[in-house]
Design a protein around this ligand. Structure first.
Ligand code: SAM
Length: 325
């Protein structure tokens, strides 16, 4: 799959549910309205969709949400998809999770061929974590991370930088992650969907976060790019820190990915509303030709990039939990 700007699309992020057991203040409102269950793709449909993308050249597949591990029987989906790892059709099958149910699933994920997971953790301080997530328990996530590391999974911690909530906690979080052999990636808050807070109050440019890290460590820029939006540095103690800066520094030129929601909407860009309906061709019958044609036509409409800006109205109306982070 090659888009109009010559970018090869080889990475699919597939959301398996919009539901989540947390309500992070930057992600969704406290009283979030979730999609009717009937609109959600079945596990068989998600599998068929993933298989179509893999036939078309996707080499990396990340399951996300919502919280992927709250979807009932999600491990059956992962077990099914692991056939593509065994056959060599996929290079990588991964997961982005809030870690709340990781302790119970880590060993099975490793057994199925998952090699690494991204775990979202914005602060180690129990009170701050509970406030940001509206009720989450940081101890549970830490047990999940330890279980994942114990099962041999590589762990990357993702933290969204928030001016009033965790700005003072990020150095400690990096030290903690590095001591466990995990990397930390810090993310600028993106104006996706309405939340109670004012985005301009939440937002911190990562140049400011980087300065805080530089007071603790000497940082060396790394050339390493993983095909994703992060730029990486190494600390003088050998730990890795990534920076994802959708607002202060756009990262679209090397974009290799598309996203599909749990209702079968394919989004060509996280920060644009252009999308394609894949559920209709999927449900039209067992033949995948119209599904594949819909994917091809959508790739032909992939925008050059997003134009996020922190302002009064969200850049895109949908919440991150809809598209999948
Ligand atoms: N529940 C899983 C998790 O917590 O990782 C997967 C879905 S979550 C939507 C994926 C990532 O998006 C998380 O790291 C979360 O912090 C991030 N996220 C959600 N809303 C965001 C926003 N408005 N700006 C930046 N990152 C956001």
């Amino acid at each position: 799959m090659i888009d109009p700007f010559g970018r090869t699309i080889s990475y699919l992020r597939l959301s398996v549910t919009d539901r989540c057991d947390l309500r992070c203040v930057y992600c969704m409102p406290e009283r979030m309205t979730f999609l009717p269950r009937a609109d959600l793709l079945s596990l068989a449909e998600l599998d068929r969709l993933a298989a179509a993308f893999i036939r078309k050249g996707v080499r990396r597949l990340r399951l996300t949400g919502g919280e992927p591990l709250v979807r009932r029987d999600v491990m059956d989906l992962i077990a099914g998809l692991s056939r593509f790892l065994r056959s060599g059709a996929l290079d990588e099958l991964t997961l982005t999770t809030n870690g709340s149910r990781l302790a119970g699933h880590a060993a099975e994920l490793a057994r199925l061929g998952v090699r690494r997971v991204n775990v979202s953790l914005d602060s180690l301080d129990p009170e701050t974590y509970a406030r940001i997530t509206r009720g989450g328990r940081v101890e549970t996530v830490i047990s999940g991370i330890d279980a994942a590391l114990g099962a041999g999974l590589e762990v990357k911690i993702n933290a969204v930088a928030l001016r009033d909530d965790n700005l003072d906690d990020l150095v400690t979080l990096a030290e903690w992650a590095h001591a466990r052999g995990a990397g930390l990636t810090v993310i600028e808050v993106m104006p996706m969907g309405s939340v109670e807070a004012d985005r301009s109050d939440q937002f911190v440019p990562l140049t400011e976060v980087r300065r805080r890290f530089e007071r603790r460590w000497t940082l060396t820029d790394l050339a390493r790019r993983t095909g994703g939006p992060a730029r990486y540095v190494r600390t003088d103690e050998g730990g890795t820190i990534g920076f994802i800066t959708p607002l202060s520094r756009n990262f679209c030129e090397g974009c290799n990915r598309v996203r599909v929601t749990c209702t079968g909407d394919m989004y060509l860009c996280l920060g644009q509303s252009v999308k394609a309906d894949l559920r209709t061709p999927l449900r039209a019958g067992p033949d995948d030709s119209s599904l594949e044609a819909a994917i091809d036509s959508a790739i032909g409409r992939k925008p050059r990039g997003h134009d996020f800006a922190i302002g009064a109205t969200p850049a895109v109306a949908r919440h991150m939990s809809v598209t999948g982070g």
